[in-house]
Design a protein around this ligand. Structure first.
Ligand code: AQP
Length: 345
């Protein structure tokens, strides 16, 4: 299954995903998420800006609204049409948080204890992490299930959270005697851009929070910066091999080949067929060319969009209206199943 050929499914399909307004977007966010959203836009995806998730780590209140507009600009600059995709801030749809509370009472501590992202993000001092960071995957389950979404395009790092969403859906359906009420959503992860690694360390994920800006290509980087970062990217002295198997144990080389493949819409095998026997002195300029060709126009469009915050706000408001219209009746049904007095008809 690839992201643009959805599997046969008997119920109504609904595609949903989100990105946190927690810093500058990078190539990993583009290849792992944004590019997939564009491929799926004829499905009318619900795409939120995850501002509730963002505050699980400190965000400057004066900057959060601007960061939210920046993610909306990235959605549109990547090729999403707001007439097809509903783009909205998560906090503008209160049902996400309300369902998350109910799911906090469905999910089990043991499930959350297994989440590797919490362990990575909380670091050595987990007792100082916010409670929100710990229950983040429960909110993510609510984000998806409040729309009964069936397909969730995400990067590889979100796989475990999607499994937890399926567990929450299954337990809710069982506990409240509601078979099939929530669908078990499918992650759409396949493809060479599913796990883009740091340009400085082929074993670490490319990430917004990496202190080294040279570790990532930002969507807003100018062409010169993209070329320089690729030139400085860590590599090894060997030429590129003929087969994928020979790339094993060479994480930086494997990453750069994967990035080229994802940007050029080729398989890694096709990239190796073209560059086998060539060194990085030849490969890096070719990679820089495809990276600039994709990213530089997105950066230009983002800057232009961010000069028009009124238009971005219009898109976000319209998206929130559509999202609320879907979420509110589902939340009402959930409350009735739980037995709340407030849901009596
Ligand atoms: N390196 C990556 N490769 C492929 N996909 C990636 N994604 C993130 N990094 C990579 C995908 O981008 C989407 C949005 O991610 P997010 O902003 O909601 O959260 P994140 O995964 O925490 O992103 P970062 O950049 O790694 O942020 P920090 O540094 O704050 O942790 C998701 O679909 C994600 O899979």
């Amino acid at each position: 299954m690839t992201e643009d050929t959805l599997p046969p499914y008997l119920g109504p399909q609904r595609v949903l995903s989100g990105i946190q307004p927690s810093g500058a977007l990078h190539l990993g966010n583009y290849l792992g998420a944004l590019k997939k959203f564009v491929a799926l836009q004829d499905q009318g995806p619900l795409l939120f800006v995850a501002d509730l998730h963002a505050i699980t780590v400190w965000q400057e209140p004066q900057q959060l609204a601007a960061q939210t507009r920046e993610i909306a600009a990235a959605y549109i600059a990547s090729g999403l049409d707001p007439m097809k995709a509903s783009i909205f801030p998560q906090s503008a749809v209160p049902a996400h948080a309300e369902l998350a509370w109910i799911f906090n009472c469905v999910a089990r501590l043991g499930w959350l204890d297994r989440m590797t992202q919490f362990k990575e993000k909380s670091g050595a001092h987990k007792e100082r992490a916010s409670v929100g960071l710990y229950t983040y995957p429960v909110l993510q389950a609510a984000d998806i299930l409040i729309y009964k979404a069936t397909h969730v395009p995400v990067g590889e790092d979100q796989k475990q959270h999607l499994e937890l969403t399926r567990d929450v859906a299954q337990k809710f359906n069982h506990d409240f005697d509601a078979p099939g009420f929530f669908p078990l959503p499918e992650p759409l992860i396949a493809g060479p851009g599913a796990r883009v690694m740091s340009l400085r360390d082929g074993r670490a994920k490319m990430s917004k929070s990496d202190p080294s800006d040279n570790s990532r290509l930002n969507l807003m980087d100018e062409a010169d910066a993209i070329v320089q970062k690729i030139k400085k990217a860590k590599t090894d002295p060997e030429p590129l091999p003929e087969t994928l198997a020979e790339l094993k144990g060479r994480p930086e080389a494997e990453n750069l080949v994967g990035i080229y493949a994802a940007l050029a819409d080729q398989s890694a095998e096709q990239v190796l067929a073209q560059f086998a026997g060539k060194g990085f002195g030849t490969f890096k300029p070719a990679l820089a060319e495809v990276a600039v060709a994709t990213l530089a126009p997105i950066g230009v469009r983002m800057r232009a969009l961010m000069d028009d915050p009124v238009e971005i706000d219009r898109v976000l408001k319209q998206g929130a209206e559509r999202a609320n219209a879907i979420a509110e009746p589902i939340l009402k049904e959930v409350k009735a199943k739980v037995g709340y007095w407030s849901a009596r008809s």
